[in-house]
Design a protein around this ligand. Structure first.
Ligand code: NAD
Ligand code: UGA
Length: 428
């Protein structure tokens, strides 16, 4: 199939490269010229395991390329996936400006394009967006009728950063919310080689499945952190408790790791967005609000524990192991490290931070700060202080020699750190 993918961030680039891998002809589109130039030089603008090799392969074969020219991309393809960002807006409502802008632009292009075109929303959008926003905008700007001149579908993405290719290629399920049979059938054809379950539904249910899934996973994490915080007070190891709980097949051991909470570009923003959507129908989701509230302060538990041990942190050197919101990515959006470092700096500590991939992101976020130093080598970072906080569980930090003779406060259960002179976990 001939496919265009609009927005070449984490989801868009992975989607484009993986569809190319599956034998399609793909054009990726982004407004960011520098990003497009890099992709065309086979350089990925994000860190994702295996992505650059696959990008190179398909650039060389010629079945994948990038452009800033949306018109050319839409005219030369049969299906367009929208994968632009959907950030939090005012009062936690979703901000749809990027989706709406692309939709208007595509509508204008469809006005002149002969033949049928399928528009697929892959961005995470609140229920109703595809049918009540995307579809009418397309009709208005193209002058064509949905279902006749063009098709529309919502096809949420469930990939995790750091495992993006694996998740895209081997999903647990694919959800297709087409406005009609023709839109759905095109996506069924595109996904025909996938072995997983494929669920067909309407667009707003597809949209809600995405939010319900992310909200459930985020709540599961906040739930185990709630239990973990009680365990900590009762001198019980929350990991042992989670292990015992996870043996119940109804619960499962996945997403049951207590620690300093969830970060990333999606869980915080998506839970907020569905809470925001619920406001429109005069409903206040108690459980989802509690999951967000608990997550707000969970990273700061690391600081609370260190303060309890050594008192004031003013003038104290502290090493932070991990800046990315999770291992396997350079993404620092809503990373717990941001809250922890900001709070330590406010308290007057000197921070020595290291991460295998996210140092450039950290430079953008923190800029120059006389009490914040960043290190490539974790050994160099730990040499600077007696006190270590483990914030991201990178394999690079699973080395006993980093911790010998140190005081370690662990937010992510790195067992190798237990050789430290003093070791304490956030929920254990
Ligand atoms: P991102 O911010 O990494 O990328 C978005 C890209 O869209 C940027 O490169 C931006 O320049 C581009 N863009 C913005 N306006 C454009 C326009 N008019 N034309 C062309 N390009 C444009 O975002 P992301 O993390 O890839 O997320 C995209 C969507 O997918 C969001 O809705 C997100 O919630 C959802 N999602 C993300 C993940 C994830 O792991 N990051 C997983 C599942 C779903
Ligand atoms: C998450 C979902 O897992 C994906 O299915 C979804 O597609 C994506 O959001 C999205 O919509 O963007 P991602 O944010 O990449 O993926 O990362 P996760 O592996 O889910 O981790 C999210 C956060 O939760 C991380 O900060 C991680 O450290 C934390 N976490 C995860 C825990 O604290 N405990 C756990 O048991 C699991």
């Amino acid at each position: 199939m001939k496919i265009s993918v609009i927005g070449t961030g984490y989801v868009g680039l992975v989607t484009g490269v993986c569809f190319a891998e599956l034998g399609n002809e793909v054009i990726c589109v982004d407004v960011d010229k520098e990003m497009v130039d890099k992709i065309n030089s086979s350089i990925t603008t994000i860190y994702e395991d295996g992505l650059e090799e696959m990008l190179k392969k398909h650039m060389t074969r010629g079945n994948l390329r990038a452009t800033t020219d949306l018109r050319e991309a839409v005219e030369k393809t049969d299906v367009s996936f929208i994968s632009v960002g959907t950030p939090s807006g005012l009062m936690d409502y979703i901000d749809l400006k990027y989706v709406e802008k692309v939709t208007r632009d595509i509508g204008k292009i469809l006005k002149d394009k002969e033949g049928y075109h399928l528009m697929v929303v892959k961005s995470t959008v609140v229920p109703g967006t595809t049918e009540h926003s995307v579809l009418p905008i397309l009709e208005r700007y193209s002058g064509k009728k949905a279902g006749k001149g063009f098709g529309v579908a919502m096809n949420p993405e469930f990939l995790r950063e750091g495992k993006a290719i694996e998740d895209f290629m081997n999903p647990d399920r694919i959800v297709i919310g087409g406005i009609d049979e023709k839109s759905t059938d095109i996506l069924l054809e595109l996904y025909k080689d996938f072995k997983c379950q494929i669920m067909k539904t309407n667009p707003k249910t597809a949209e809600m499945i995405k939010y319900a899934t992310n909200s459930f996973l985020a709540t599961k994490i906040s739930f185990i952190n709630d239990i973990g915080n009680i365990c900590k007070q009762l001198d019980i190891d929350a990991y042992e408790v989670a292990k015992g709980m996870g043996m119940d097949s109804r619960i499962s051991p996945k997403f049951l790791n207590p620690g300093i909470g969830f970060g990333g570009s999606c869980f915080p923003k998506d839970v907020k967005a569905i809470v925001g959507k619920a406001k429109e129908v005069y409903y206040k989701p108690a459980i989802l609000n509690a999951a967000l509230e608990l997550n707000e302060l969970q990273p700061l538990k690391l600081i609370e524990l260190l303060e309890r041990n050594i008192g004031f942190l003013k003038g104290v050197d502290i090493t932070i192991l991990g800046l990315a919101f999770k291992p396997g990515t350079d993404d620092m959006r809503e990373a717990p490290s941001i809250k922890i470092i900001t709070s330590l700096l406010m308290k007057g500590a000197r921070v020595h931070a290291t991460d295998p991939k996210a140092l450039n992101e950290a430079r953008k976020i923190f800029g120059e700060h006389e009490r914040l130093k960043l290190y490539d080598d974790p050994m160099e970072a730990v040499k600077k202080s007696k006190y270590i906080m483990i914030v991201t569980e990178w394999d690079e930090f699973k080395r006993e020699e980093l911790y010998k003779g140190k005081v370690v406060i662990d937010g992510r259960r790195v067992d190798e750190a237990k050789v430290a002179e003093y070791y304490e976990g956030v929920c254990w």
